[in-house]
Design a protein around this ligand. Structure first.
Ligand code: X8Z
Ligand code: ZN
Length: 597
């Protein structure tokens, strides 16, 4: 299902009965553990392809029927995964070699939404998840506008009333999700408890080669590193928005209203770069405009993305990628437009599914998705249990790290711009990047802070929405532009909540991609500022990158990180280094302003 990591592999099983029997008499032995894992691997390899096909069809043709089929296969594979997780526990007390132990841990913890073992609960859970997924995919504002259309308004309009209408319009899709979501949480938590875990959030935090509690602290540590940079950016952006919209709309001592940031969720702010562009530092181009002016279409954007990867010496995508992917939004049927990358057969049948638009955001997303595909193909020879990212943040970071190489120099090589802006534009370039990359950090962190609180019961359906906004305010300094009603369910208007995709991976990826970029540029011998470095065409870097990708999830993630960057720690230092000149400038601008909220 989708790009996924090992953590979801267990959910990728086709709907068939388990054909692995752990029939252990007496004390289990290491030999039995080995035989069990081998049998499970074989079973998964055989069954996952059919399940992936069903999910692919559902995402590409969303109807009552395909939802029902997805729910059925989903229920069957979850049942199987739960059975294997329970079987794996039987070997808990044995001393085993590291690889075998790792595979058993993956079997025990690798279910995103575990179901209780009784069939009725399992079926209900699968039916709710398919339903929530399709409610999001087919949701429209009351005036009939789709998310794609509303997102264009969010990106380009500077009229607060028009923005507000788009913002509230999209949030009408989610109140109807709330009860279903609450029931889903209840059932999945029951499933987690049966497996021996306190709640689903615990299982999500446990997938990082460290104790679940340590992971919480690790995420906080990384946020602590980058928070001062975010705070400086927030302060300046609020001041500029106040200049533009006035005290009524953007008061200087309060969180910023969420509808003004150029994005439906205020998660990335690059689309309002024009509002905050530093004077005298014009970057000289607008990527959306350049793509349109040069007649790029969706396929050409994807070809351009592929070409970056092949310039590193990686093999081109197979022909089937081009015949089987969904690259533009179909006119006459419902699809899940949220971009994703798939490997259907766990070998070479890689695809993307994207309602690509010709703009800068989607040019970025194309590279993001292709990063998933190149990763998937690189680790295709690993055990199916190790076909995943070193951790899920790695999977999300690869394409983004590549996209950090989309520099003016590279755009000039593509013929998208005619002149490379000089050093006087550095500040502008950094600001443009920060508006997407730095702005995202607290959003990346808060989504699962919310879900962890939902799964552990700190938040209840009555407090879901207030809890969401409390975290939005705490971490992002963002507030709802209008009062929210008691039955609103704003988290449901963000794909990953009804889609049940864990989100901490994106926060990690936002940190890791700068570590990867820095290491890649060092490997390339680049000695200028990091934001001017492109690794385009560098096969040595490609080789080293591929060596990490090929490892998949076969080793603890610090091993993979070390293989590429020489360090074993996730570290916000590379983000800070990249943006250091901007930070100094922001702090000078912010002198005399009241920052914070
Ligand atoms: O969901 C995605 C990708 C698919 S894994 C398009 N992203 C997050 C989001 O859209 O919220 C990429 C950046 C963050
Ligand atoms: Zn992704």
């Amino acid at each position: 299902m989708k790009k996924t990591s090992m953590l979801v592999i267990a959910m990728m099983l086709a709907g068939c009965d388990a054909n692995v029997d752990v029939n252990i008499k007496g004390e289990p032995t290491a030999e039995e553990a080995k035989a069990f894992v081998a049998a499970v691997e074989k079973d998964y390899a055989e069954k996952s392809e059919f399940a992936s096909r069903v999910f692919w069809v559902q995402a590409n043709f969303m109807t009552e029927d395909t939802n029902a089929m997805a729910a059925e296969v989903g229920a069957e594979m979850t049942a199987l995964a739960v059975k294997y997780a329970n079987d794996a526990k039987k070997f808990n007390d044995l001393t085993l070699d590291a690889e075998l132990r790792r595979k058993l841990e993956i079997l025990k913890l690798g279910i995103t939404l575990p179901a209780p073992s009784n069939e009725a609960d399992n079926k209900e859970l699968a039916t709710i998840s398919a339903k929530l997924d399709s409610m999001y995919a087919t949701g429209k504002a009351p005036d009939g506008r789709t998310l794609g259309e509303l997102s264009d308004v969010m990106a380009t309009s500077r009229d607060p009333q028009e923005l507000l209408k788009a913002w509230t319009g999209w949030r009408t899709i989610s109140p109807a999700m709330k009860d279903k979501y609450a029931r889903m949480v209840e059932i999945a938590n029951k499933g987690a408890k049966e497996l021996g875990y306190s709640d689903v959030g615990y299982m999500w935090r446990a997938g990082y080669d460290m104790p679940a509690d340590d992971f919480r602290a690790e995420a906080d540590r990384l946020w602590g590193q980058v928070k001062p940079l975010y705070d400086s950016l927030h302060c300046h952006v609020r001041a500029k928005l106040n200049d533009k919209y006035g005290d009524e709309v953007v008061p200087l001592d309060q969180p910023i209203p969420a509808h003004l940031m150029g994005n439906m969720w205020a998660q990335e702010w690059g689309n309002i770069y024009d509002v905050v562009a530093p004077e005298g530092s014009d970057i000289g181009y607008d990527l959306t405009k350049a793509l349109k002016d040069k007649d790029y279409d969706a396929v050409k954007m994807v070809k351009t993305g592929e070409q970056f990867f092949t310039s590193l010496g990686l093999d081109p995508l197979p022909d089937t990628f081009w015949t089987r992917s969904l690259i533009t939004k179909p006119r006459d049927r419902e699809v899940q437009c949220h971009a994703s990358a798939w490997n259907i057969d766990n070998k070479d049948d890689v695809r993307i599914k994207m309602c690509t638009k010709v703009n800068a955001d989607d040019f970025q997303t194309v590279h993001h998705e292709l990063g998933h595909n190149f990763y998937q193909r690189a680790y295709k020879n690993q055990s199916i249990l190790h076909q995943g990212g070193a951790n899920d943040g790695f999977h999300e970071a690869i394409g983004d790290a590549i996209a950090l190489s989309i520099t003016p120099d590279y755009l000039k090589q593509l013929g998208l711009i005619d002149t490379v802006p000089g050093p006087e534009s550095d500040l502008g370039l950094l600001m443009r990047r920060a508006m997407d990359k730095v702005a995202f950090l607290p959003f990346g962190l808060m989504v699962d802070q919310w879900r962890w609180q939902v799964f552990n019961g700190e938040l209840t359906p009555e407090t879901y929405n207030d809890g969401w906004w409390a975290l939005r305010e705490k971490y992002q300094g963002i507030r709802p532009p209008v009062e929210r009603a008691a039955d609103d369910f704003d988290p449901g208007a963000k794909y990953h909540i009804p889609g049940n995709t864990p989100y901490m991976r994106y926060f990690l990826a936002r940190v890791l991609q700068f570590q990867f970029h820095k290491a890649a540029c060092a490997e390339a011998g680049f000695d200028g500022p990091l934001h001017r470095c492109t690794i385009y065409g560098n096969e040595d870097v490609g080789k080293k990158l591929n060596a990490m990708l090929e490892m998949g999830a076969s080793k603890p993630w610090p091993d993979a990180l070390e293989a590429f960057t020489g360090t074993r720690q996730m570290d916000g230092g590379a983000v800070l280094e990249y943006f250091a000149p901007l930070k100094d400038w922001l702090d000078a601008q912010n002198k005399g302003r009241t920052c914070g909220w």
